[in-house]
Design a protein around this ligand. Structure first.
Ligand SMILES: [Zn+2]
Length: 463
């Protein structure tokens, strides 16, 4: 009896398992499947201020009804996607095989002009519906260029620095002009050329045009995204300042060092102000040079060897512009320190130019030279006393400032990009106009670590 009972039970388990698998099969094919089969928009060449109409045909290719599926459009600029507010999105309910047209309107507000955007649409945004195929919800329109209200003209160009306003200019869009195009269109009388792209521009003497062309292509297409991604700041300066119509980041290559130092200050070879980065010829046509960093009585030297198509333009100065646009009011000494955190060549350069090489790295201490194989990290040097002389100059004998500089470099050394992004996001939402507030931001970025708190208290930064 017992044996038979067992056999019956086993048969029933098999039957149940079969039913279960069959039901699973039925269930899995009984799903909706939303796809966008067609898309159109007008006007086809939109201008800043225009309202664009976008139509999508959404179809349910599945076996059961799709209920309340949200549909959205997206405008992506350099990796950041903009969409209508989620509570305003249309929702569709479609029986199997049915389709419907969904319409959107999108206004290109002030600041969208002169930008290349990637337009796409998605059915079932947020994937709230379980579908047969979750990979076919996106419809791609490709890239479109939003024309500015005021055409970009040389004569009406707010980005040209006062010193070089009266020069004879020609302007070119690097997205539609090759270097050969530009060279063959140059007039005899032209003294300077203004080249611009989606996010960046360069104002260069004619004599340096071909170097500047390579640099602006790199800055516009690669450097901009990498640097802004490092701080998670939006790569669209326009949205922060609608009163500035063309609002690109602009590099000015100076005619000579005397002109540059008259604008930037004595003894420097680069600086940043407004949307401008001032550089010398060396930034676009570098001579072989040895870089030196010192800490106390130790000096480090190294050569940087970069492929000619990937030379970045003064990433430290670039960071100052990002800091100014995205951080709340703060002391200039602290802005300098934040720019410095990002300007560590051993950190940023390999990101920008993966084939960069650092050669002839030497450490010189008390006249003794030691050959090193790796670049010294600025974060490491600035984490211990005595501070590398740059930090000492900014601390200017103030123990609290010095403590903060030490701490942010230590944390950057330990936490890398994650720490920097966190610090940057805290700084951009909190006022940091006094040493005490800066110390509190540093403490917050460290998750209120008691050791950091004790350190800042000891140095009189916080009570
Ligand atoms: Zn600086």
């Amino acid at each position: 009896m017992l044996k038979i009972h067992n056999r019956n039970k086993s048969a029933s388990v098999h039957r149940n398992l079969f039913t279960f698998v069959f039901l699973l099969f039925l269930l899995s094919s009984c799903k909706p499947d939303l796809i966008i089969t067609q898309g159109s928009f007008s006007p086809s060449t939109p201008q800043e201020g225009d309202v664009m109409n976008i139509n999508l045909v959404v179809k349910n290719n599945g076996k059961v009804t799709a209920s309340d599926a949200k549909i959205s459009i997206f405008f992506e600029i350099a990796g950041i996607a903009y969409a209508p507010p989620s509570n305003s999105l249309p929702a569709v309910t479609l029986s199997p095989g049915d389709q419907t047209t969904v319409s959107f309107q999108w206004k290109f507000a002030s600041g969208w002009g002169n930008k290349r955007v990637h337009l796409f649409a998605e059915a079932d945004v947020g994937h709230s519906i379980d579908e047969l195929d979750e990979q076919n919800n996106r419809y791609d329109f490709g890239d479109l260029f939003i024309l500015p209200t005021t055409p970009f003209t040389c004569g009406n160009n707010q980005l040209i620095i006062p010193k070089y306003k009266n020069k004879a200019y020609q302007c070119f869009d690097i997205r539609t002009n090759t270097l050969d195009n530009i060279l063959s269109s140059l007039n005899q009388a032209t003294e300077r050329v203004f080249l611009y792209g989606d996010f960046a521009a360069i104002n260069t003497p004619v004599t340096l045009l071909h170097y500047s062309y390579d640099r602006i292509i790199f800055l516009n297409n690669i450097q901009f995204q990498i640097q802004t991604n490092n701080v998670s700041a939006l790569p669209i300066f326009d949205f922060k300042d609608p009163s500035d119509p063309l609002n690109l980041l602009c590099v000015t290559v100076y005619d000579n060092i005397t002109d540059l130092q008259a604008d930037c200050g004595a003894g420097v070879d680069a600086c940043a102000w407004g949307h401008n980065i001032s550089v010398t010829e060396n930034a676009v046509n570098p001579l072989p040079s040895i870089t030196g960093i010192s800490k106390g009585n130790i000096n480090y030297y190294y050569n940087t060897v970069m492929p000619s198509d990937c030379l970045p333009i003064e990433f430290h100065e670039f960071q100052h512009i990002i800091d100014r646009l995205y951080l709340k009011p703060h002391d200039s000494w602290f802005e300098e320190m934040v720019a410095r955190l990002f300007a560590n060549p051993s950190n940023i350069l390999p990101l920008l130019c993966p084939s960069v090489q650092f050669t002839d790295i030497q450490k010189v201490e008390n006249g003794q030279t030691q050959i090193l194989t790796t670049l010294p990290s600025l974060w490491e040097m600035n984490s211990t006393l005595p501070l590398e002389n740059f930090g000492t100059q900014y601390a200017n004998g103030d123990v609290c400032k010095q403590a903060i500089i030490l701490q942010i470099n230590r944390d950057a050394l330990a936490g890398g990009q994650t720490y920097l992004r966190k610090l940057f996001s805290i700084l951009s939402i909190n006022d940091i106009d006094t040493d005490q507030k800066i110390a509190q931001a540093v403490l917050l970025a460290n998750g209120n670590d008691p050791a950091v708190k004790a350190f800042l208290q000891q140095n009189g930064c916080i009570p």
